[in-house]
Ligand binder design. Sequence first.
Ligand SMILES: O=C(O)CCC(=O)C(=O)O
Length: 194
Amino acid sequence: MSENNLPPVEYIPNFLETTLADKLYKHCQQLAWEQNNIRLMGKTIPVPRLECMYGDEGCNYVYSKSVLLEPLRWTSPLSEVRSRIESQTGYQFNIVLCNRYRTGLDSVGWHNDNEPSMGETPAIAEISLGQERKFQMRPHSGESITDFWLEHGSLLLMKPGCQENWVHQLPKTSRALKERINLTFRPHINGTSS
Ligand SMILES: O=C(O)CCC(=O)C(=O)O
């Protein structure tokens, strides 16, 4: 954990120029969105957002022990933004898990992304498109919350150490918000470039 007790992240607003972010947002609205469900205490619960995943062949991803995502083939715009993130951050990514928050009521609760398929101490890079939303992080064993406001076209890089020592969430809100799409680029042990 970092000494000042801030999460090891880097936030770059305007990582994508506005025209590129607008174009990518339009493209992402056409992706193969699905409503997934998780199994919790014998119940089937719809995930409060839409999801889809693109990536290298064979890079299946399971989360909450109940949702299996199989990668669809990279689209050119997703592949181009992946290359740009890789060259700017020095990390490599094999899949992109996409989240679509239709209103302020769509969300993701406190969690860390510690699926073994990402390998040890993964870095995860998030591109935000559309509505600005509050994203929060707190240490695994601690109360102090750090807020980030993720803007259209921004990049949030969660560096190695984040998933091991911190949890994060995108809280729901009753404020009337427009849609947001989030692209989370992740490594995978079966990836072609890992
Ligand atoms: O939408 C976000 O910014 C967070 C997404 C997230 O936490 C996840 O995909 O694990």
